[in-house]
Ligand binder design. Structure first.
Ligand code: AG3
Length: 593
């Protein structure tokens, strides 16, 4: 909306979100919207908030409350540093508010500010002199006009603190929110150094901070979330995400920061060490325990051994999408239009995929989402839809950042029967079993027998969640298609059917943005999703033959440079056996590198 007339008055409404905004009355337009070559800049005057800097329709600062943001982003890392900071790098920050606060530390010998947009610096200097007060007169201050992402690439081991005061990750700041950039920032720090980045509003931009967190977590030794609230950045809690080069860099006691603050003799208006010892601990804990998605894997016991027609399966797919409130993405994929026994149907949905195939009297289905999954609704609906007798279910937490024991507890194996659905009086809560937790060495030993060899099922599924992967290996469609279509098939001795289908989608959320891949092969399929922001992969491979598991899994970790993985091996196309027996043949294991 930007500048809008309301009667005789002029208002400004922010353009960050499509469905929610805030605004204020404007008394004067000091700099009408100007294209700087990088972004659109505007400086407004208001009675209530003083002058306001707007870039690309998003409020960057107001005179009234800029102190809150600038004090927090500058003093938090400087007072957390184990020694008085000497050399500080600011990336972005063209209005010079961060530089002003950093220069208040007498210990600081140099402040280098790398700003891409000269016009931001010039126009702010002219119209917002209180923000950059004293900065240009200070001999310790050095301005470089250039790309901060390039600058950190060529300056190693130089800075005690790096402050990234960027705009949101749309427009010119996009290159400042990825693994390559964070790796360079880490290398540009001296050991013991701290970097901090603005990572958006926690509630209104729910994927910004977690997205940066996952990236930084892979590179920095420790990561913290700091929060504050101001008027300028609509939406309550706003986040800064900080990472350290080295362990135990962040002070462990409040006393340490209080002492540093006192010694520095800096009078702050908003920052206080008393608020910094445990920056937003509950949110931080939630991030540490976050999970990528969940999946319901189920085998339906059909009344007869006939494969439902493709039309019928496709309708199941569409109705399942409705049941879980997910939009289908693209057209369904089928391993063969005949859709005979063992053929696979897959439908990508906006955050992952659903699939099914038949073996004898079982219809094996998977439903995976990166959102909340109403698993019961999916199973009940499918039981009714296919008029099946029962469903044997594995409900899995996928991409869980908890430990393997928590993941085992979260993995629920149970059976639902149609009779119980129909009979109102029947006990609706089935007995729940867990998978058998084993060492990866057991899975990798030549003596290991998969569920087919154990006579439990006609197929089995290898499910892998791989963490801490390499950004470039997982963010390119060509790379993931090559793994699924060539590498994995070659190592596992599988005969691919057709080419890998590797679209890139899920960008509505940072968590799910990245490629997915479907590769059919003789006797099974490989369906996997890659999160370029979470740096993780979720893989489902259905097999009806023995493959060299160790080689297949380890080469996958090598290919994507994964640091750890959680794996399940589940019997599919169940022949017989009660749930307890099947649970014993459902295994969970962990691989650490
Ligand atoms: N840079 C961070 C602006 C963030 C605005 N984003 C938002 N409201 N989600 C501010 C520059 C001040 N030096």
């Amino acid at each position: 909306m930007g500048l809008t007339k309301r009667g005789n008055d002029l208002y400004f409404f922010e353009d960050l979100y499509p469905d929610i905004t805030y605004g204020f009355k404007v008394s004067n337009v000091l700099v009408p919207e100007t294209d700087t070559g990088f972004q659109k800049l505007m400086i407004l005057e208001t009675n209530r908030l003083g002058k306001v800097l707007v870039l690309d329709g998003i409020v960057q600062l107001t005179e009234e409350d800029e102190g809150i943001y600038h004090e927090w982003i500058a003093h938090w890392p400087l007072f957390n540093l184990h020694k008085p900071a000497q050399h500080v790098l600011i990336i972005g920050g063209g209005d010079c508010g961060v530089a002003r606060e950093v220069l208040r530390h007498d210990s600081v010998k140099s402040v280098t500010m790398v700003e891409i947009d000269q016009m931001v610096v010039d126009l702010c200097r002219k119209h917002l002199p209180s923000v950059c007060e004293g900065v240009f007169e200070d001999p310790r201050f050095k301005l470089e006009i250039g790309d901060g992402a390039v600058f950190v690439g060529s300056n190693k081991n130089r800075f005690d603190v790096i402050i990234i005061d960027s705009t949101d990750p749309i427009g010119p700041a996009q290159s400042l929110f990825n693994t390559n950039f964070y790796t360079n920032v880490y290398d540009a720090l001296v050991p013991g150094g701290i970097a901090i980045h603005q990572t958006g509003a926690l509630i209104l931009q729910p994927y910004e901070c977690p997205g940066s967190w996952r990236q930084m977590e892979r590179i920095f030794d420790e990561v913290r979330v700091v929060q504050f609230a101001n008027v300028s950045y609509m939406g309550g809690p706003f986040s800064l995400t900080a990472g350290s080069r080295g362990k135990n860099v962040f002070p462990s006691t409040l006393g340490q920061i209080r002492r540093r603050y006192k010694t520095a003799e800096i009078k702050t208006s908003w920052y206080s060490p008393d608020l910094t010892a445990w920056p937003y601990p509950e949110f931080q804990k939630r991030l540490e325990r976050d999970r990528y998605g969940e999946e319901i894997v189920f085998d339906l016991e059909l009344q007869d051994a006939e494969t439902p027609t493709l039309d019928r399966v496709q309708r199941w797919g569409r109705e399942t999408c409705e049941a879980i409130r997910m939009k289908a993405f693209g057209q369904p994929n089928v391993s063969s239009p005949a859709f005979a026994e063992g053929d696979t149907y897959v439908q990508y949905i906006e955050t992952s995929a659903i699939s099914c195939r038949r073996y004898g009297r079982t219809l094996s289905a998977n439903c995976f989402t990166c959102d909340r999954l109403p698993a019961k609704r999916v199973v009940d609906f499918s039981l009714r839809y296919f008029n099946a007798k029962s469903a044997l279910c594995w409900h899995l937490p996928r991409g869980s950042f908890g430990n393997v024991h928590e993941i085992r507890k979260g993995t629920k194996i149970f059976k639902v029967s149609k009779a119980a659905l129909k009979n109102k009086d029947a006990d609706k809560s089935p007995r729940v079993f867990g998978p058998r937790l084993v060492e990866s060495s057991e899975v990798f030993s030549p003596a290991f027998r998969n569920p087919i060899e154990n006579g439990i099922s006609s197929a089995y599924e290898l499910i892998l969640d791989i963490y801490g992967c390499d950004y470039s290996a997982i963010s390119s469609c060509a790379s993931v298609a090559n793994w699924a279509g060539n590498e994995f098939c070659r190592i596992a001795g599988l005969k691919p059917i057709g080419e890998a289908d590797a679209p890139d989608f899920g960008h509505a959320k940072k968590k799910t943005s990245g490629p997915s891949v479907i590769q059919f092969f003789k006797g099974g399929s490989n369906i996997s999703h890659y999160s370029e922001n979470w740096l993780m992969i979720v893989v489902n491979v259905v097999l009806w033959d023995k493959i060299p598991l160790q080689k297949a899994i380890e080469s996958t970790l090598d290919y994507f440079k994964g640091r750890s993985a959680i794996g399940w091996i589940l019997p599919r196309g169940i022949l017989s056996g009660d749930v307890g027996e099947i649970a014993k043949n459902s295994i969970l294991f962990e691989i650490k590198r």
